[in-house]
Design a protein around this ligand. Structure first.
Ligand code: SF4
Length: 479
């Protein structure tokens, strides 16, 4: 099988759009400084990107240029860059670097032949510096590049050097500069060295998968017509939840898809463990403002498509809506705005609500729609312990409740009330006054479906015993 390299690289570029950029590329973009790119590249050999980033930051604080580096002793450099791989050797090379650069008038040279004369600089490093720091055609071949291009049968080589030589003859020059960063990001996230995530890979159908053993996902073998279990949970800060054992708890909940709200984190603040809980793939949509709002999904079912936001920048910058498309329905995960103290954000919320409703109605024209999330409103008096006392408070104002009426009249069903018409069922309790123990709460987390999907709903529940947040998860089973 011969692959179309242009199409493959274009697909991969799209697939890694939200993944971490390799650290050296990041430093190149941030600093535009060949010296820093060269030093970071030397540090990055056989070292995780996070470690390289930390070590580079510490070193550049004291040695932002050749002169600064010349003032540091080998021991000091070793201390600063620890624990990068082979830090003692790298410290030795870096000590010699300022003098070596003097041969080039104190500048970092821009050819491979000159670069490989510098201490600790091999062909791979030289290629990377030439392409990333100087934007000149050169093919850097990281192990990911070598591995993936062999998986694709694009080259048949047994060393990165042979891969580089084969690519020089074969790869169109327009890909030379970018191929390394694209395939490194792809190799770190999807086409991993061990158990590649072929189930998530957009190339799965066309990839030769030469010598590949794709990962197995527990729980993905579904019996025909087996309902899907969906959960929705406002976690009130995913990093705080991680400390409370979220990573171990998630598999125990045994849901096929979990929509979470109020993640209060941006992707670079999340640990690898949190992003890659075994058996699940995670999708994140964060607010621009740090530590605020944010929604995410963990799914063990591969979605057909993922959509962030609702197409309105005013709302989308707050990271409030994330939609997964499955074969027979869309699942919209929403963190509705809170009307706030003195109802300062009530107008904003009502405008958001209207846009959201329009968004859901548009999707409904194509296939069924399931909406889940923290709606930040108790619809009826039965949905909170003290309705009278809260009539003027955020989450129970006539305006917010009226919008819920409009939403239901527009053809959406509150699935919990299909099965349970009893009072005393809540999904949120204040942290104050021992409210949860006394069951003084509000039902503000919902699963709703469009009317056409009503007959597909098998179960809707509140999992009030699941602890960790001031909200508990709500559940929907749908076939
Ligand atoms: S299908 Fe699997 S082996 Fe092929 S590129 Fe994708 S993740 Fe890698």
């Amino acid at each position: 099988m011969t692959i179309d390299i242009d199409a493959f690289l274009e697909t991969v570029t799209e697939a890694i759009r939200d993944k971490d950029v390799p650290v050296v590329d990041l430093i190149a973009v941030q600093t535009r400084d060949p010296f820093k790119v060269l030093v970071a590249t030397v540090l990055s050999a056989r070292t995780k990107d996070e470690t390289t980033a930390r070590a580079s930051k510490k070193l550049f604080k004291l040695a932002p240029d050749k002169e600064g580096l010349a003032e540091l002793s080998e021991e000091k450099i070793a201390k600063l860059i620890y624990p990068v791989g082979f830090y003692k050797n790298k410290a030795r090379y870096l000590t010699k670097l300022p003098e070596a650069l003097d041969r080039f008038d104190g500048r970092v040279p821009d050819t491979i032949e000159e670069l490989i004369t510098l201490p600790g600089v091999g062909r791979k490093t030289a290629n990377l510096v030439v392409s990333v720091a100087f934007g000149k055609p050169a093919i850097c071949v990281d192990t990911h590049v070598h591995r993936i291009l062999n998986i694709w049968n694009y080259v048949k080589t047994d060393t990165p050097l042979k891969t580089e030589m084969a690519l020089r003859k074969k790869l169109p020059e327009k890909h030379w500069i970018t191929v390394n960063s694209i395939l490194v990001a792809f190799g770190q996230s999807i086409c991993r060295p061990i158990s590649p995530h072929c189930d998530l890979c957009p190339l799965e159908e066309n990839c030769p998968q030469h010598c590949v053993k794709p990962r197995k996902i527990p729980g993905t073998k579904r019996k025909k017509n087996q309902p899907l279990t969906l959960l929705s949970w406002n976690v009130n800060g995913i990093r705080a939840m991680e400390k409370k054992g979220f990573i171990d708890l998630l598999p125990d909940l045994d849901a096929d898809v979990i929509g979470i709200q109020e993640t209060k984190a941006q992707p670079d603040q999340l640990s690898d463990e949190l992003k890659n809980i075994p058996g699940y793939t995670s999708f994140w949509h964060s607010a621009e403002k740090k530590g605020y709002s944010g929604v995410a999904f963990y799914s063990r079912v591969k979605p057909l498509s993922i959509r962030e936001g609702i197409g309105e920048p005013e709302f989308d910058r707050e990271g409030r809506v994330l939609t997964l498309e499955f074969d027979t329905f869309y699942l919209i995960n929403i963190y509705f705005p809170n009307s706030g103290n003195h109802l300062k954000r009530l107008d904003f919320k009502l405008r958001f609500n209207d846009c959201l409703l329009k968004f859901a109605k548009e999707l409904e024209k194509k296939k069924d729609v399931v909406l889940c999330g923290d709606f930040n409103v108790a619809h009826k008096e039965i949905d909170l312990t003290h309705p009278k006392a809260n009539e003027k408070h955020a989450g129970f104002t006539p305006e917010e409740r009226h919008w819920m009426d409009t939403f239901i009249e527009a053809g959406f069903i509150d699935t919990f009330r299909m099965f349970n018409r009893e009072p005393g069922n809540y999904s949120w309790w204040s942290y104050r006054f021992n409210a949860r123990a006394k069951n003084v709460g509000w039902r503000i987390d919902y699963f709703c479906v469009n009317r056409r999907a009503e007959k597909r709903v098998k179960k809707a529940e509140i999992l009030k015993d699941v602890m960790g947040s001031d909200h508990c998860p709500v559940l929907l089973e749908i076939c």
